[in-house]
Design a protein around this ligand. Structure first.
Ligand code: UD1
Length: 363
């Protein structure tokens, strides 16, 4: 049996790494289970892609579709055209997609239309906000998948409510957390740590890349000003996504906001594990901070990961920069909630996924 593992953008890489490892393990035990790693090339900068492959020991992709950037339609269409060509030449038995990026949806559609089964890892999460491209990607992918691997019971329930038969839904846990737990011993100081004289629990980290927060330069500037105003002058480390950096090129940053290039996985996890709080609009960072027990302030109107708020350390504060003050004050008053870790975020999700696939296909 040949499984195509699809990866395209940065947050996919930490999700596929442990799945590949689990596949290799069962293959060593004699199961006829092979994989082909397909990188769509949605993210292509060294710092957005290669670094993660080398740090997380992900094998070199068997195929790189090299689609690069483009509008949503152009990027999705390019991935579909190139992936279809590949499948027509060399078909597989199962297309495994992770997360909610354009590559996820594009490859799921192509596989399904060629009559190949599709498995979706991180299925069922919903923000119910259709202004997010990721929500559309999730809904389309889940509408056509055959097997649904979920991170939480809430995500499984969303799928049941959408009419997916329960025997196709598997609550397995979170493969991104498999990678996090495995790599805690490998995390390391970013190169600027000593130069900036950073100290544990004495700085903030921010990451912002959603169009809603960064595409309007004025809005982005207001967020950074509010952060700076209420940060008690702590350094605010800001590893910027390329699209955010472009917006910042023409702006004067507040003095304690320190812009850096995108970081490697080991350096980024070191940074968030040791900071006072993260201020972000990312999806995955809401989960990672919950597991690390670090306060997370999410600059969004909603989340597809409600467990990180209900039982974790995350708060959704909206996108009005005026809200930042209240939440930073709460942080500095040492009044932040203690979180717990969601069920099955235990480092074993990928092994469960591979076990279920071998059972389903009677390998
Ligand atoms: C994508 C995902 C988003 C995820 C994010 C993580 C979709 C719809 N969005 O958003 O869910 O949170 O990745 O980073 O799939 N660029 C580079 N170098 C790169 C990649 C991108 O410079 O290696 C720049 C290009 O100008 C590009 C822009 O970033 O146009 C946006 O990239 P794109 O892949 O379209 O979406 P992201 O914002 O990265």
């Amino acid at each position: 049996m040949l499984i195509d593992i699809i990866a395209g953008a940065r947050p996919n890489f930490m999700k596929i790494a442990p799945i590949i490892e689990a596949l290799v393990d069962v293959k060593k035990k004699g199961k006829y289970l092979h994989y082909r790693l397909v990188h769509t090339g949605q993210h292509y900068d060294k710092l957005m892609s290669d670094t993660f492959f080398s740090q997380l020991n992900i094998p070199h992709p068997d195929v790189n579709l090299s689609v690069g950037s483009g509008s949503h339609a152009a990027q999705t269409a390019n991935i579909m055209i190139k992936y279809e060509e590949l499948l027509l030449q060399k078909p597989c038995d199962l297309v495994l997609v992770v997360g909610d990026v354009n590559s996820t949806m594009a490859c799921a559609i192509v596989g399904k239309k060629l009559g190949i089964k599709v498995a979706h890892v991180e299925a069922g999460i919903r923000s119910f906000d259709l202004s997010m491209p990721e929500e559309i990607n999730r809904m389309v992918t889940d509408a056509i998948s055959d097997f649904f691997f979920t991170t939480t019971e809430g995500a499984s329930l969303n799928l049941k409510n959408a009419g997916i038969p329960f025997e196709k839904i598997f609550h397995v846990g979170n493969t991104m957390i498999d990678t996090l737990l495995k790599n805690i011993p490998n995390i390391k100081k970013p190169s600027f740590w000593d130069d900036l004289q950073l100290k544990e629990k004495n700085y903030l980290v921010t990451t912002l890349h959603r169009p809603n927060n960064v595409d309007d330069g004025f809005k982005l500037s207001n967020i950074l000003k509010e952060l700076s105003n209420w940060s008690k002058n702590l350094p605010i480390i800001f590893p910027a996504h390329p699209r955010t950096r472009i917006k910042l090129e023409t702006q004067k940053l507040p003095e304690n906001v320190i812009l850096t290039a995108p970081l490697g996985y080991f350096e980024f996890i070191y940074l968030i594990k040791n900071c006072n709080a993260v201020i972000t609009d990312s999806g995955g960072i809401q989960e990672e901070t919950t597991v690390l027990g670090v306060p997370c302030i999410t600059l969004r109107e909603n989340t597809e990961r409600p467990e990180t708020v209900d039982i974790g350390t995350n708060e959704i504060i909206g996108t009005d920069s005026k809200n930042i003050r209240i939440w930073l004050q709460k942080l500095f008053d040492e009044n932040w909630k203690q979180g717990k870790i969601p069920d099955k975020w235990d480092g074993k999700a990928s092994r469960r996924i591979v076990q279920i696939i071998t059972d389903l296909y009677k390998l």
